[in-house]
Design a protein around this ligand. Structure first.
Ligand code: KG4
Ligand code: ZN
Length: 347
């Protein structure tokens, strides 16, 4: 089959990112401009600031991705961009930029669902338990997708074919990490900061709740853990941050493992368990899920850490998989969407 080269563009949150990836799974360039410093003083992403920062960065980031790959727009076969879900101002910036480039270079344009980017990137690259490259992930797989905007379990049966099992009733796991980091003054983004603190804290120092654990459903809930942290800090303001973080992280892990265990029982015949999304970058969470997979006789796979958080390579790869499946923007016209559930792709 002819090799397809794709420029992928991502702008749904606070990273302006672009990458060139080919259908032989080579990542030819990978550029991420993080806006974190611009949002840090507000303790979280400010949508208007994000949209403006994307406008200022998008052409530079895309040009850099082409340059790093040693190409110009003529050498690219297809262009893929996030069309949602996400902060709509940023999504519009990336999508319209990609649409303009596709029109001027006369290339097919692929509208990528950001969540599908996270869901498919383990098929581009995944890591073995020892950290090295592992064999590619084949369909079907049970997917835990845990990011700043979403926490859900799905069965991935094919490109565009996702069956939702359960999702959070309130905060996402990433949001809980970000809010706890904010309470402790650890800065933004919170996940990596909390993980760093937790590494030298006592996970048994505080007993935070494990929401929904033991209940016979596949939902998630994280806001109660976050609220318990807030109350503990109110009562014991001089609590050691590392102990709070370690105890909080342990509560999140226990909740995820209980919920995921139930999803495994429901996903009869599925032999691979995949974790993806920004929260899957957390080593302690990866380790716990890997053990759960082993206990259930399943293979565990997760993208390398640098492909867990938002990036252009995951969008380029999802673009390639969709292009090969016939899902071009011409076949499936789309406007930028703030909400776009994965399971809607099947229809
Ligand atoms: O997938 P992502 O980059 O963006 C969204 O699509 O939302 O996920 C970002 C989320 C943030 O909430 C961030 O705090 C969290 O992923 N995150 C982590 C870690 N790295 C990023 N959470 C826990 N531990 C980490 N190491
Ligand atoms: Zn994301």
């Amino acid at each position: 089959m002819k090799k397809i080269i794709c420029l992928g563009i991502e702008s749904s949150c606070d990273e302006t990112a672009a990458a060139v990836v080919d259908s032989d799974k080579n990542i030819l360039s990978h550029v991420i401009y993080s806006q974190a410093p611009e949002h840090r003083e507000w303790g979280g992403v400010v949508p208007e600031l994000a949209a403006r920062a994307h406008i200022l960065a998008i052409d530079l980031v895309a040009a850099q991705a082409l340059r790093d790959a040693g190409m110009d727009a003529r050498d690219i076969d297809i262009i893929a961009a996030t069309a949602g879900p996400g902060l709509i101002g940023g999504v519009i910036v990336g999508w319209e930029f990609a649409a303009g480039l596709a029109m001027s270079a006369n290339k097919p344009l692929i509208a990528v669902n950001h969540l599908e980017g996270h869901a498919l990137v383990p098929r581009l690259r995944c890591e073995s338990d020892s950290g090295g490259d592992a064999a590619a992930v084949d369909f079907p797989y049970l997917l835990l997708l845990a990011s700043g905007g979403h926490t859900q379990t799905l069965i991935a049966r094919g490109v565009g074919r996702y069956e939702l099992l359960g999702q959070t009733l309130d905060d996402s796991a990433g949001e809980a990490f970000d809010k706890v980091a904010k309470m402790l003054g650890l800065g933004y983004p919170g996940g990596p900061a909390v993980e760093r603190e937790a590494a030298h804290g006592n996970p048994k120092a505080f007993r935070f709740p494990r929401p929904l654990c033991g209940q016979d459903n596949l939902d998630f809930s994280f806001s109660g853990i976050k609220t318990a942290v807030r109350m503990t800090l109110g009562k014991t303001p001089d609590a050691v941050a590392a102990d709070i973080c370690a105890s909080f992280q342990q509560a999140v892990i226990d909740a995820i493992i209980d919920r995921l265990g139930r999803a495994i029982a429901r996903a009869v015949g599925i032999k691979t368990l995949v974790a993806a999304g920004g929260v899957a970058a957390n080593r302690a969470i990866r380790g716990a899920i890997s053990s759960l997979a082993a206990e259930n006789g399943m293979r565990f796979a997760a993208p390398p850490i640098k492909l867990c958080a938002d990036n252009g390579a995951m969008i380029a790869w999802a673009g390639i998989e969709n292009y090969l499946a016939g899902n071009t923007a011409a076949a499936r016209p789309t406007a930028p969407r703030p909400r776009w559930p994965l399971e809607e792709l099947a229809s």
